[in-house]
Design a binder for this molecule. Structure first.
Ligand code: RIB
Ligand code: CA
Length: 319
């Protein structure tokens, strides 16, 4: 597909098991032009996240994709790490030594440079796929607020509404890991599409779906099946079924097949007050604040269609 017809994206990520699946899916999609991968603290320490990003991109055979190191910690709160990703952050996967080099330009500077080119019209508008804590993205927008003009959309995995939180009663990890950054992003005026737990907990990699990935075969599908089997929460009481919530790849699926999602537009704010609601995403579904809507929230998913898309993308890699 000619580059001009593809969607230019930057993936801001804290790899992470489901981040790894997202990167592999994105790099296989002919519709996407992955201009860069920016790494952020989150699931694991930044250095480990950088190592994991380099290994995953090497595994995908995509040494052409620049990788930039981002922020090491949240803006204000104490750092926190993910759960369920294993000691090295990629579950059971032992990937080959990375050959992809790390860029010297900081992720915040790289994103700002790309957005400046887009805002000037020299480049097409850039889609930011944010699948970790939002510290990098917030710093770009705090550094040069006018760079919002270069953003096509920020499609982010984060937050929770009726589903409740996955790290506190109210808060989902990506927003809780840096609530202040998250609120900067939601208040920035950038067009935001949000994949909260209410939708990602419908994207369950059940044992049957993992077996289907293995049946389809291929090096990448089997690697992702191993990742998702490891990510299995074994908690049908919470998730309704056995399996792994495939959070981050929903961001890529939205870009490729938005019809898989039901969207509801509303005003969203992130609570930055310490206490039980710290990091909670609050949606003003009925307009009681009078504040203008700022987010397209994913509220529904065709899960079978999602896993069919994911399997098809992975099958595009050489067997
Ligand atoms: O809450 C889910 C998010 O936190 C995902 O981005 C996953 O990678 C974990 O870091
Ligand atoms: Ca993530």
């Amino acid at each position: 597909m000619p580059r001009a017809d593809r969607i230019p994206v930057v993936i801001d990520t804290d790899p992470g098991v489901d981040d790894a699946v997202t990167i592999l899916a994105a790099l296989a999609a002919p519709e996407l032009d992955v201009r860069a991968i920016s790494v952020v603290h989150g699931n694991v320490e930044l250095d480990r996240a950088i190592e994991n990003a380099r290994r995953v991109v090497t595994f995908a055979g995509r040494g052409d994709v620049p990788i930039h190191a981002g922020t090491t910690r949240p803006l204000l709160r104490s750092p926190m790490r993910g759960k369920f990703h294993g000691s090295k952050g990629l579950g059971p996967l032992e990937l080959p030594e990375p050959t992809v080099t790390l860029q010297t330009e900081h992720a915040v500077d790289a994103m700002a440079r790309m957005l400046r080119a887009a805002a000037s019209g020299a480049e097409p508008l850039l889609t930011i796929c944010a699948i970790g804590p939002l510290t990098n993205v917030a710093l770009v927008l705090a550094k040069e607020p006018a760079l919002v003009a270069g953003i096509a959309r920020i499609v982010l995995m984060g937050g929770a509404f009726a589903e409740g939180g996955n790290r506190t009663a109210t808060a989902e990890f990506n927003l809780l890991a840096d609530p202040h950054a998250a609120q900067i992003v939601f208040a920035s005026g950038a067009p935001i599409v949000m994949a909260p737990l209410d939708v990602t907990h419908r994207a369950m990699a059940t044992p049957e779906r993992v077996a289907e990935l293995r049946r389809r075969g291929g090096r990448m599908a089997v690697a992702v099946a191993d990742l998702l089997a490891f990510f299995d929460r074994k908690d049908p009481a919470r998730y309704g079924v056995h399996g792994a919530p495939v959070h981050d790849p929903t961001v890529i699926a939205y870009l490729l097949r938005p019809e898989l999602f039901t969207i509801r537009r509303t005003y969203v704010e992130v609570c930055t007050s310490e206490g039980l609601a710290f990091g909670q995403s609050v949606a003003d579904w009925w307009g009681t604040t009078g504040r203008p809507a700022n987010t397209d929230v994913m509220i529904g998913l065709d899960a079978d269609g999602f896993f069919d898309l994911l399997g098809g993308l992975l099958a595009r890699y050489p067997a």
